[in-house]
Design a protein around this ligand. Sequence first.
Ligand SMILES: C[S@@+](CC[C@H](N)C(=O)[O-])C[C@H]1O[C@@H](n2cnc3c(N)ncnc32)[C@H](O)[C@@H]1O
Ligand code: SF4
Ligand code: SF4
Length: 356
Amino acid sequence: MHMSLVRSIWKWYRSYHVHRRPMPLIAHLVLTNICNYRCTFCYVNAEEQRYTMPLEQFKPLIRDLHALGAYYLYISGGEPLLVKNIEDYIVWAKQHIPYVHIVTNGSLLDQNMAKLLSRCKVNEISLSLDALEATHNLHRGSDKAFSNLLRAIENLKAHAPRIAATCTTILGPWNIGEQEELHRLCASLDVRQRYQGFQEYPSVLERQSGATLLTKEFLEELQAFLATLPARDRDRYMSLQVQYYAHRLGMGELKHPIFSDPCLLPYYYVNILGSGEVCPCYGVKSDMYPGTGFLAPPKKFSLRESSLQEIFNDPAYARMAHALKPCTECKNYFASCYIRPRLVFPAGNYLRYHLS
Ligand SMILES: C[S@@+](CC[C@H](N)C(=O)[O-])C[C@H]1O[C@@H](n2cnc3c(N)ncnc32)[C@H](O)[C@@H]1O
Ligand code: SF4
Ligand code: SF4
């Protein structure tokens, strides 16, 4: 295990067990909500007020994350590579945070970007690829989405071969029938896939005029597809996602303890929006996933008013993390960005959830 990870984890255990204070081991930054696509399933609301975190706010934020002991930074959006001077952001992030992971729709990942990502040693790039060409393009709203994504993979392979490139694939009713072929395609390109279940957040449901896309047929197709995957691509998170869908369809119970155990994620995970808003996850009502939330934040935590260090040292933030322990909002929305870390951290979770 990397020494900086050991140091960050040690610092977290001390912060939690000795001081009962949250520490952002993992940070998820929605750098901008602006995007060049309009995907049918996306939870980011393109109509809301647009924001992008300016570089002058980003730099002290990253310095603070470093000082607070962050190990992992996940940069998302909107489309992060659309941000003006994104190179300056990436270089700065990698100078301070040991593990930097960027997720992109691939449309702007040209040779120069691949070379830059390689030069500054970004650790991981996720390219969102959901279906075969016609379906991918239809749902991403661009007739070049698929070819752009394949070109992005080629650019990474040619100019950034040391970066772990993965395809992030949402599994939804509109693309489940194509997954076996897509899996073969990714294997032929020598790219691993990371699956995530389609989430019907309130903003997504609103776009679907309130009608759910989750059906028994979809669940059956999903189960049949997961059974075709080789063992190395099977995933505990996806098997729990199946349990979650079955529950939503009234076909089963949420038996796994992750659905009912006290939740510690707010003690080690932070969401930061390009607008400056800081919140742990969708357990708190926020602009990130409008309409979700177990509790209202005790006050506004924003980088417009305080630095990240001030926010994490604020007793109100620690009280909020404590108040989220009984939260079970993950029963309503089961997002991979929270469930994957919860499955492995803290160590007690790893043992308990992998033996269940
Ligand atoms: C919001 S996007 C931002 C990054 C970039 N624009 C992209 O598409 O990769 C981050 C990830 O969320 C996924 N996503 C969007 N809407 C989703 C939903 N309703 N349920 C699950 N994942 C979703 C996207 O496919 C993408 O992999
Ligand atoms: S490309 Fe990403 S952020 Fe943009 S609409 Fe699609 S999923 Fe949402
Ligand atoms: S149960 Fe889910 S939504 Fe609630 S605090 Fe934990 S991670 Fe956040």
